[in-house]
Design a protein around this ligand. Structure first.
Ligand SMILES: Cc1cc2nc3c(=O)[nH]c(=O)nc-3n(C[C@H](O)[C@H](O)[C@H](O)COP(=O)(O)OP(=O)(O)OC[C@H]3O[C@@H](n4cnc5c(N)ncnc54)[C@H](O)[C@@H]3O)c2cc1C
Length: 400
């Protein structure tokens, strides 16, 4: 089968559905298709609250079919190869599809295999992760059943989806232990590949106080390299100046946050940044237009927009991309620019949240006229009640 679309979108996740819906709202006569292999759509930010025992996992998944905008053709297949010189993609089932304009937003892959022993250990014997639909509920099992001992949490260096999530689940666990009166029996460690808690100075300072409050021991510049599930040992590579050393930590529960990179079919394609070990799509960070193929745009986790792998970033990128794409269709210059906005709704305990919003230069960009470097109950309510509703009812429908 061969078919042609004016706008072809690769990926019907947060970004793909938002772009399709906003495009059709702006111009209902566009001929748009989405290539998306999954029957299900996931509200991934909800998995942190599943891990904290606040949300039921089933509230985070819905049928993809119910969110494909009317007027958009859903091609239930996976993209496999790109031939940008001929404006064509090939799908996993062997079809060729041509386009006038291409939007690539197939998300990131999580590199579970990069840690020796992790795929085998995950989901049992205290090894958990909120980063998967099937293991997020087990995270709460681990937290709930913890009676004291060693609780270890990890954050990779490089990229991970939602920079704050590895810490949010740790603070929820620590607060759960506090509420159950066992915090003094908990030896909590945080091994992070970063040099600090968060790259924004004001928020970093606040998080250091939170860590102190729960008695969490932090090791910076450390990367999880191996899990020995039978021995309940996690091995980290810790960088100290020019040297690296291996540190082994015993655990009773271990929460793993995997590294993110572009999917292999993107990394190995002509669309990727050349020689980028992560393989992100080579876009202009402001216009979201491909640097070499001017009829290709990209946004969301797979685009090379920096450390902005969040739905919040997608929310700011979508109208920019839609403006620029519609102008490109009309052969006009690109009018809009993305400023690198991203947001970390940092849950610091049950009923406590710091809404950190910032740009590429770590400048705070608060939506609300409130001091952002403060834990607030109101922001917890925003994340627990308002954001899921907005996501399903407004964002995916191109109304917000
Ligand atoms: C545990 C966790 C907590 C998070 N917390 C927050 C938070 O609090 N706030 C926040 O803003 N963000 C958060 N995020 C990040 C947010 O979910 C992502 O940044 C957002 O979903 C990115 O949107 P996307 O469309 O780029 O990718 P996705 O929403 O992941 O969509 C990618 C889509 O591409 C499809 N796809 C994959 N391969 C192919 C292929 N070969 N061909 C076609 N389609 C393909 C997938 O099936 C999927 O539907 C969190 C993520 C996780 C995992």
């Amino acid at each position: 089968m061969k078919s042609h679309y004016q706008v072809l979108i690769i990926g019907g996740g947060n970004a793909g559905l938002s772009v399709a819906a906003q495009l059709l709202r702006r111009n209902a006569s566009l001929n748009v298709a989405i290539v998306e292999p999954s029957d299900k759509h996931y509200y991934q930010p909800g998995w942190t609250l599943v891990g904290g025992g606040v949300f039921d996992i089933n509230s985070t998944v819905r049928d993809e079919a119910d969110y494909i905008p009317s007027g958009v053709k859903w091609l239930k297949d996976g993209a496999d190869k790109f031939d940008p010189d001929n404006n064509m993609i090939m799908t996993k089932s062997g079809d060729s599809i041509t386009y006038d304009f291409l939007v690539v937003c197939c998300g990131a892959q999580l590199k579970w295999n990069a840690v020796k022993g992790l795929p085998e250990a995950l989901g049992k014997n205290g090894v958990c992760s909120i980063y998967r639909f099937d293991t997020a509920p087990y995270t709460y099992e681990c937290i709930k059943n913890f009676q004291g001992g060693k609780a270890v949490f990890t954050q990779p260096g490089g990229f991970n989806k939602c920079g704050g999530a590895p810490q949010k689940i740790m603070y929820l666990a620590a607060d759960n232990f506090r509420r159950r009166g066992i915090l003094d029996k908990a030896d909590i460690s945080f091994f992070t590949g970063k040099p600090g808690m968060l790259r924004v100075k004001e928020i970093n300072e606040l998080l250091l106080k939170v860590v102190k409050r729960y008695g969490i021991k932090v090791t910076y510049m450390s990367t999880l390299v191996e899990i020995r599930g039978d021995a309940k040992e996690a091995v980290f590579e810790v960088t100290k100046g020019e040297s690296k050393e291996r540190v082994t930590a015993q655990y009773d529960m271990l929460h793993v946050s995997p590294m993110a990179a572009a999917p292999d079919f993107i990394k190995n394609s002509p669309l990727a940044v050349k020689d980028d070990p992560f393989g992100w799509i080579d876009v202009d960070k402001a216009t979201l237009q491909h640097n070499r193929y001017k009829n290709i745009f990209s946004l969301g986790d797979v685009a090379n927009t920096g450390d902005t792998k969040t739905g919040a970033a997608v929310h700011k990128q979508t109208p920019v991309l839609v403006d620029n794409l519609l102008s490109a269709i009309d052969k006009k210059s690109l009018p809009d620019k993305y400023n690198g906005y991203t947001s970390c709704p940092l849950i610091t305990g049950y009923g406590k949240l710091v809404l950190a919003e910032f740009d590429h230069d770590n400048k705070l960009l608060p939506t609300f006229p409130l001091d952002p470097a403060k834990e607030r109950y109101s922001m917890w309510l925003l994340i627990k009640y308002v954001m899921p509703w907005l996501y399903w009812n407004r964002i995916l429908k191109g109304k917000y």
